[in-house]
Design a protein around this ligand. Structure first.
Ligand code: GLY
Ligand code: MN
Ligand code: MN
Length: 442
């Protein structure tokens, strides 16, 4: 994906940050069984990918900034003709050195033996808690060092969460990362636009899911960065609806939340559009409210602003709209203050975006929301969800779910919407719905 030098620079930055008296360990997550002996497609941990680009399971990276030699140590699956015939190619220890920047590499079977010596340092940066089996490997290595302390080795006095350092690096995207995110965004825009053209009364939600995911893959993406959501009618009021097995009906809206993962970075776009291509009546008014809230929220994205500012801007416009639509009694300021808007808008407006759809990086500093800085990428995704059985709401709004979500890069002087090419204005959405259905749907 990136040149080896990019990963080398990242490792060096991390090693500079933790200093010569520390070591850091990163391990790939175990392969997950789907059922029997069938596995889910493997996805490397984003931290390990970020530092090495290495995609295979059973990998461990040890960074030792204070070491005279072998500062970058990797444990990987060894080359094995029979296993590779069944399960696919392996880089092996030579590949780890030649292609992935290790100073030295060993077969993963030697990890338990070699790890204690490698962890002899003042501080061990390791993220406890996400992989209990590997936690035990680390604990056992520390225990062995303690037993050998009299012989001059140093068991780590502190175990430190590396996320504090590493996830701050991941939070600020470099130009080459932004270029990859732009590609993920462009493919995702194409998929959403194709779905608008393809949908018609009688289309099944899974047909649109298939079209979206097919578009991701045929453009060279890994696939969806999270399970694609296609919710017609009241299904759109279920935030994480993934059954995608209902038939779309004329007069309903359909909500699609889908983002392509490309080169290990994912987009995250939601669009909501009319199944039969025309917004009408109160449904159109409700859509206008969400669109206005989204535009107002995006206008607040700039260095120094916080995600709370962006959320507050969205909540203000949404709540005013809820009052105008007859969902809530006025005044709107009182409904913001008493939180009544949460009946129809129950999630936050933004999250970080990058290698993970809900990307890493602290949201608060010193108990306060942190100011945005250039290079951060966040979503802006206000919505309005009226449950079918909501109390005291106009019948025409029951079972309507609307969300509009874009991916926004913080720039030096404001922001850039990476996904604005996906139609969101009413006229643009209706035009996209009128376009000829993609050949894959015929
Ligand atoms: N697709 C998950 C989210 O929008 O946060
Ligand atoms: Mn999102
Ligand atoms: Mn989303």
């Amino acid at each position: 994906m990136f040149e080896a030098a990019v990963f080398a620079q990242r490792r060096q930055r991390l090693m500079d940050a933790i200093g010569p008296d520390a070591v850091a360990v990163f391990h790939s997550p175990p392969e997950a069984i789907r059922n029997g002996d069938a596995h889910y497609r493997y996805r490397q941990s984003s931290d390990l990918l970020y530092l090495t680009g290495f995609t295979e399971p059973e990998a461990t990276l040890v960074l030792r900034p204070g070491a005279a030699k072998h500062r970058v140590v990797m444990f990987v699956r060894p080359r094995d003709k029979e296993r590779e015939t069944w399960d696919g190619r392996r880089a092996g220890v030579d590949g780890a050195v030649d292609r992935f920047g290790a100073d030295v590499a060993y077969p993963c079977g030697e990890l338990a033996d070699k790890l204690p010596d490698l962890l002899s340092a003042e501080a061990l940066y390791y993220s406890l808690g996400s992989d209990p089996a590997f936690d035990r490997t680390i604990a056992s290595a520390i225990d062995q060092l303690r037993r050998r302390e009299r012989r001059g080795v140093r068991p780590p006095a502190r175990v430190v969460d590396p996320r504090e350092v590493l996830h701050e690096m991941r939070l600020i995207k470099t130009p080459e990362e932004i270029a990859v995110l732009e590609r993920a965004a462009a493919i995702s825009v194409e998929a959403h636009t194709a779905a608008m053209a393809a949908a018609a009364p009688g289309t099944w939600e899974y047909e649109l899911e298939a079209l979206v995911d097919y578009t991701f893959r045929r453009r060279g993406g890994v696939g969806p960065g999270y399970t694609t959501i296609v919710g017609g009618g009241a299904n759109a009021t279920i935030l994480h609806y993934v059954e995608n097995d209902a038939q779309l009906r004329a007069g309903d809206l359909v909500l699609i939340d889908a983002g392509c993962e490309y080169g290990f970075y994912t987009a995250d776009i939601t669009r909501t559009f009319p199944v039969d291509g025309r917004f009408r009546g109160p449904q159109r008014d409700a859509y206008e409210v969400v669109l206005a809230a989204q535009r107002e929220a995006i206008a607040h994205v700039r260095p120094g602003a916080t995600l709370d500012d962006i959320h507050a801007a969205a909540v203000r416009v949404l709540t005013e709209g809820m009052v105008d639509l007859g969902l809530l009694p006025g005044p709107a300021e009182a409904r913001v203050a008493d939180g009544a808007y949460k009946t129809f808008y129950m999630h936050r407006t933004s999250h970080w975006l990058g290698m993970d759809v809900h990307d890493v990086g602290a949201y608060n500093r010193g108990g306060k929301p942190r100011p945005l800085a250039p290079g951060m990428v966040l979503t802006v995704e206000p919505g309005l969800y009226v449950a079918e059985d909501a109390d005291g709401v106009p019948d025409a709004l029951r079972g309507i779910g609307i969300r509009i979500e874009d991916d926004v890069l913080v720039t030096d002087d404001g922001c850039r919407n990476l996904t604005e090419a996906a139609p969101s204005a009413i006229a643009d959405v209706e035009a996209a719905c009128r376009a000829a259905a993609p050949a894959a749907m015929r």
